[in-house]
Design a protein around this ligand. Structure first.
Ligand SMILES: C[S@@+](CC[C@H](N)C(=O)[O-])C[C@H]1O[C@@H](n2cnc3c(N)ncnc32)[C@H](O)[C@@H]1O
Ligand code: SF4
Length: 423
């Protein structure tokens, strides 16, 4: 019934920056003749970032599906890592320092750190950049390490949004994922977060998991709705190279829902959540009115952000920089030289920047405003991509209304294939 459901993995807050490096190596030369002024760097890209991503690489155990820059067994490095991270933050160009409007502690598992570590890093960000009075400050948490005391202390320190890795409410599914938490533990972490004063809570859910049925997914979603979070991210499992799941998959030992069932799961989740008054504002993200993740919206608008920590990616002055991915080396480099090694770096300009901006914007419900992007890039975007726009509109996966271009419901199911065509 449906073609492959290929929701690109790049929407997962911590991992997505990394994926962009892979995607951007695609050939964009076919657009070179049509883009005359596109080498003009946009104003917003050159602005001082007002968002910061902080990477915490520690986890209690490595989940079978996860290829994030995260490690079990490294907690003895925590004190040194936090000090190195703070020194890294302090290397930020003094001319580009501006009060932060969004901060995202992602991982790995930021909640595995002690409260004093998290307070220290947030304090350092405050001292270095300043923090807007209504800044969104998110802490990613695993239910297992999100204790009441830690939640109280982090809330007091200024964290005001928590994103909890729930994945599923079925203990047998959690076990098959290699999760360290149970459904009961999730419920108590959630209650503790509310008691500690968190009024903006997001759940991460996953679907298309090994052996999972539609009923199983919908039961988790039904319970999630009853628990009334402000935000839900529902990710389609991606089998990532180098993971245990990938090895099992290659051996034929991972029984995954077929593509039709994946698509059915996606549409059923969408229907259940939108009926419960969640706004489907990005392929994998749903929010109650007023509770979209402002930090992720910066990524989708392709605006600048700082990135600090091992393997973190920053996007400053049009330059995308990924830092040393090995946590030990990252610490040693900062201890010895005052800064980490650059793992990868590239200057995004012209066609590559335009293509990426379109690809990211099309992930969102608003889609892309062709007029404002044309203005931003000094070129007629609709003319540059007329072939793609016509082809995808005729296929019913893209729709244009006035100057707005967005994916249709069917388009959401083919997002990966469609978006890559704009790069
Ligand atoms: C950094 S983790 C969240 C915090 C914490 N580490 C945890 O897992 O509880 C980010 C989220 O990405 C999602 N994720 C990770 N790997 C994935 C994959 N291969 N496919 C789909 N979603 C994935 C999971 O939902 C996970 O909660
Ligand atoms: S706890 Fe989160 S970051 Fe760590 S391995 Fe599991 S999914 Fe990945």
């Amino acid at each position: 019934m449906f073609s492959p459901l290929l929701l690109i993995a790049s929407d997962r807050a911590a991992a997505w920056h990394i994926r962009l490096f892979d995607v951007l190596t695609l050939d964009v030369s076919s657009y070179e003749e049509t883009l005359t002024n596109a080498d003009t760097m946009t104003v917003s890209v050159m602005n001082a970032p007002t968002s910061a991503y902080i990477h915490i690489p520690f986890c209690a155990a490595k989940c079978g599906y996860c290829d994030f820059n995260s490690y079990a067994g490294l907690m003895p490095l925590a004190d040194r890592y936090v000090e190195a991270l703070c020194r890294h933050i302090e290397t930020a160009n003094a001319h580009l320092r501006a009060p932060l409007k969004t901060v995202f502690f992602g991982g790995g598992t930021p909640s595995i750190l002690q409260a004093r570590h998290l307070e220290r890093i947030l304090h350092c960000l405050r001292q270095t950049f300043g923090l807007d009075p209504d800044a969104e400050v998110t802490l990613e948490a695993n239910p297992e390490s999100a204790t009441f005391q830690k939640l109280c202390k982090t809330r007091e320190a200024g964290f005001n949004r928590i994103s909890i890795g729930a994945q599923s409410f079925d203990d047998s599914v959690l076990e098959s994922l290699g999760r360290v938490h149970t459904h009961q533990r999730f419920l108590s972490a959630l209650a503790d977060a509310r008691r500690a004063g968190y009024a903006n809570i997001s759940f991460d859910l996953m679907f298309a998991l090994p052996g999972q049925t539609l009923q199983n997914v919908l039961e988790t979603v039904r319970q999630a709705i009853q628990l009334a979070p402000e935000h839900i991210s529902a990710y389609c499992l991606t089998v990532e190279e180098g993971t245990d799941f990938h090895r099992l998959h290659r051996l034929g030992k991972l029984e995954l829902p077929d593509e039709d069932l994946q698509a059915e799961m996606f549409l059923s989740i969408q229907s259940a959540l939108t009926q419960a008054n969640f706004e489907h504002y990005e392929i994998s993200n749903y929010a109650r009115p007023g509770f979209r993740c402002r930090h992720n919206e910066v990524y989708w608008r392709n605006e600048p952000y700082w990135g600090f920590g091992t393997g973190a990616v920053g996007y400053v002055q049009g330059q995308r920089t990924k830092w040393e991915i090995n946590p030990r080396d990252y610490i040693e480099q900062i201890e010895q030289a005052g800064q980490p090694r650059v793992e990868e770096s590239e200057k995004l300009e012209g066609r590559a920047l335009l293509g990426e901006t379109i690809m990211l914007a099309l992930r969102t419900a608003e889609g892309i405003d062709l007029d404002s992007v044309s203005q931003r890039f000094g070129t007629d975007v609709a003319a540059c991509y007329s072939g793609e726009i016509q082809r995808f509109s005729a296929a019913g996966v893209l729709q244009r209304s006035g100057s707005t271009l967005c994916l249709t419901k069917d388009g959401l199911l083919l997002a990966n294939e469609i978006l890559c065509e704009f790069l």
